[in-house]
Ligand binder design. Structure first.
Ligand SMILES: NC(=O)c1ccc[n+]([C@@H]2O[C@H](COP(=O)([O-])OP(=O)(O)OC[C@H]3O[C@@H](n4cnc5c(N)ncnc54)[C@H](OP(=O)(O)O)[C@@H]3O)[C@@H](O)[C@H]2O)c1
Length: 329
């Protein structure tokens, strides 16, 4: 494994492990294989694990705790607060209030069965709570030893700056992949300037860039069924794009998943992607990305390929889009 510097001299594996799909959003959970995947991550030196209280409504944190607790000193655990699934399961609401956060952190600590969370993110910016107030309350958790580092997810550059003026923000986690480039505008430069790690989520475009995603095989409950990018209007474009990308990966000498992750890694040394998987086979594949060196020529070939298939579709539907924080400058 290769490592990247984080916070106060921490060494995090250059790729982390996104644990969401073990209990939430994609496919059908398989706890036995997920536990085996977590053990393999330890063996491979992947020490940066990502979860959230909302994944499986707490089940993901409980699952992870089974491997986390006996290996506490080897894992840097990140979790998030703020989302709750609506009672009728039709969507999510977000609450970034200090009162809610106080309860949420206690529940996460209990489910994870640990005393301190390494990195605690606000899963979104709540438009009804000033970001300074939210981060001020999160900073209290650091003082109390319940949390070590603070992070934000899908925050605008403006919110990142406001938050960072209250307490150092150590990580910003937002969607970033070959197909989702919004953060290149102001978020990535702001993170670089302020010395904040950027943690790309969905770096494989939710599986699309692996050239193995079969949309017709997804269960109706799969989150991708709701997202524009995975609908019929974009299917032909995206299948052709994924196939051409896999061809290019073959020529470069790696798998498509490795090429997609290596591209994200090549965008900055403060970037630590968290590809998600619940399968050992895929984890093994993704880990190989840290050894893929991309030349300027490779990067150029990737851009040219993407330009040939522009109809990739939006990453979010209207409901999810509304929850993404926007710059007000
Ligand atoms: N902050 C946020 O709002 C937010 C939102 C979304 C995700 N996240 C975090 O980011 C992590 C990663 O994002 P993501 O899971 O949405 O998307 P992703 O990493 O882009 O893709 C995950 C999908 O790709 C499949 N996959 C992974 N490696 C593969 C490989 N080598 N070959 C073939 N298929 C492969 C996985 O299937 P299998 O599971 O079957 O391997 C899963 O369906 C999540 O686990 C979560 O921790 C955060």
């Amino acid at each position: 494994m290769k490592f990247r510097k984080f916070g106060n001299n921490e060494q995090l594996s250059a790729i982390g492990l996104g644990c969401m799909s073990m209990s939430h959003a994609y496919g059908v959970p398989n706890d036995e294989e997920s536990i085996a995947t977590l053990h393999l991550a330890l063996d491979l030196g992947i020490n940066f694990w990502d979860t959230a209280d909302v994944y499986g409504s707490g089940k993901n944190e409980e699952l992870i705790s089974k491997v986390l607790v006996p290996n506490r000193d080897k894992i840097f655990i990140a979790t998030k607060f703020g989302f709750t699934a609506n009672a009728d399961n039709t969507g999510m609401t977000f609450n970034g209030s200090p009162e809610y956060m106080r309860k949420a952190v206690e529940q996460s600590l209990k489910r994870l069965q640990i005393d301190t969370i390494d990195l605690y993110y606000a899963h979104r910016i709540d438009p009804n709570v000033p970001v300074e107030e939210m981060v001020g309350a999160m900073a209290e958790l650091v003082k109390e030893g319940k949390v070590r580092y603070l992070g934000l997810s899908e925050a605008s550059a403006t919110s990142i700056r406001k938050a960072h003026s209250v307490h150092p923000i150590s990580a910003v986690q937002s969607e970033y992949s070959l197909l989702t480039r919004e953060v290149e505008g102001s978020v990535l430069p702001t993170c670089k300037e302020l010395g904040i790690a950027f943690v790309p989520f969905s770096p494989l475009a939710r599986g699309l860039m692996t050239n193995t995603l079969d949309l017709s095989a997804l269960p109706d409950t799969d989150f991708r069924k709701k997202l524009p990018r995975y609908q019929q209007a974009h299917q032909q474009n995206n299948e052709q794009l994924a196939a051409a990308f896999a061809d290019l990966a073959g020529k470069i000498g790696c798998s498509p998943a490795q090429l997609a992750i290596a591209w994200v890694l090549a965008q900055g040394d403060n970037i630590i992607p968290i590809p998600g998987t619940k399968k050992r086979k895929n984890l093994q594949d993704n880990t190989g990305a840290v050894d893929v060196e991309l030349s300027t020529d490779h990067l150029q070939q990737i851009e040219e390929l993407l330009a040939k298939y522009p109809n990739v579709g939006d990453r979010y539907d209207e409901g999810s889009r509304k929850m993404v924080d926007k710059d007000n400058v």
